[in-house]
Design a binder for this molecule. Structure first.
Ligand code: ATP
Ligand code: MG
Ligand code: FE
Length: 346
């Protein structure tokens, strides 16, 4: 199926045209420069900005794809989870297009999009596989059983991986968003310079949870380290701290993903979300997986962070199975991935 998809869950206004797993066009307008002055995303500002440019983004996606709307089989938009006011802009635009052109409408779970981003570079990918979802709001290990059928095996107990990158970057005065800045700086630092704690979740009867993670302790450890170093010298070795932090996160995520894939007998790990762009994670996970004959997939760099092509890919998957959403579908700030099928009448 050929789908026009819209993504407005946070601070990217994105529209794409996707034909099953082939991207015909992908327009992503980031609001990062607008939110930078506040050091993070301001929800009200995000909604307004989406509204300002959504029509132009739709027109641009159609013109870049050179596909007339008559050749489109369905209109999709992310509807959960995310900022409700921001989601509402994309969802309303998609519903309007669907009504005007009498096309099926589909609401898409944003995280299902991050999972399906892997199919854009690996079109033969089919469940079952393990998904390591590492984004600004999530750190999850998900057993992908089928399109729409997910089981969450591991989660973060506090900060998400991307959130940890953003918070540590703020501590180091690297600006927003922090992930790309830390990644860049880490290239020039020594990852062994500082020993930092990898957060572990204790189990009530001893031992540690094998798949759950925690990053708030790591963030605090970096904060203490910076304070301590500042007492001795005004010049803080920022690159070494960034490299050590990044290596700790990469080791922690790699350990959990490998354990999970091995325990559940899944030989493919598909990574998704903004942190999938991280070079440290890519290196660590590739190396560890190769040792165990596991296959690791990463989406193309530009489809790791938010985009509409991944939403279109997930939507096409559902539409091919006859799943469509009621036009009355609303937005949800939270929605467990296990409840995705609530979005469809089938
Ligand atoms: P969610 O998908 O959970 O709703 P989100 O949509 O805000 O959250 P994404 O767009 O998937 O998150 O990812 C953004 C996050 O990815 C930010 O926290 C950003 O710092 C992080 N990120 C982006 N590039 C990199 C990188 N190279 N290394 C580490 N982190 C990165
Ligand atoms: Mg974003
Ligand atoms: Fe996202």
């Amino acid at each position: 199926a050929t789908v026009l998809a819209i993504e407005t869950s946070c601070d990217e206004t994105a529209v794409a045209i996707v034909s099953d797993r082939h991207v015909c066009s992908s327009v992503v307008t980031s609001q990062i420069p607008i939110h930078q002055q506040y050091g993070g995303v301001v929800p009200e500002v995000a909604s307004r900005q989406h509204l300002e440019i959504i029509n132009q983004a739709i027109a641009e996606a159609l013109s870049q794809a050179q596909i007339p709307i008559a050749k489109i089989d369905g209109i999709a938009a992310s509807c959960a989870p995310g900022l409700v006011g921001a989601l509402l802009v994309g969802l309303t635009a998609a519903k309007t297009l669907a009504i005007v052109h009498q096309l099926p409408f589909l609401g898409v779970h944003h995280l299902e999009g991050h999972i399906y981003a892997n199919c854009l570079s690996e079109p033969k990918l089919e469940p079952p596989f393990l998904s390591l979802l590492v984004s600004g709001g999530h750190t999850s290990l998900i057993y992908v059983k089928d399109c729409g059928k997910y089981e969450t095996l591991g989660e973060t107990r506090d900060d998400a991986a991307g959130e940890a990158f953003d918070k540590v970057a703020r501590l180091l005065d690297l600006g927003y968003p922090g992930g790309p800045a830390i990644d860049r700086l880490a290239q020039t630092g020594n990852p062994e310079a500082f020993a930092l704690p990898e957060g572990k979740i204790s189990l009530p009867h001893g031992g540690f949870h094998p798949y759950d993670s925690s990053f708030s302790g790591l963030k605090t450890a970096v904060m203490r380290l910076v304070q301590q170093l500042k007492q001795n010298s005004p010049v803080v070795p920022v690159a070494d701290i960034a490299a050590s932090f990044q290596a700790t996160v990469a080791r922690s995520l790699t350990k959990r993903a490998i354990a999970c894939a091995t325990d559940y007998g899944l030989n493919t790990i598909a990574v998704g979300g903004g942190v999938a762009a991280n070079s440290g994670l890519r290196q660590h996970l590739q190396a560890a997986a190769a040792e165990r004959n596991l296959r690791v997939l990463f989406p193309p760099m530009k489809f790791c962070t938010d985009n509409a092509a991944m939403i279109g890919c997930a939507a096409a998957e559902h539409l091919n199975r006859g799943h469509t959403s009621p036009i009355t579908l609303g937005t949800r700030s939270r929605l467990p991935l296990t409840e995705v099928m609530q979005l469809y009448q089938h």
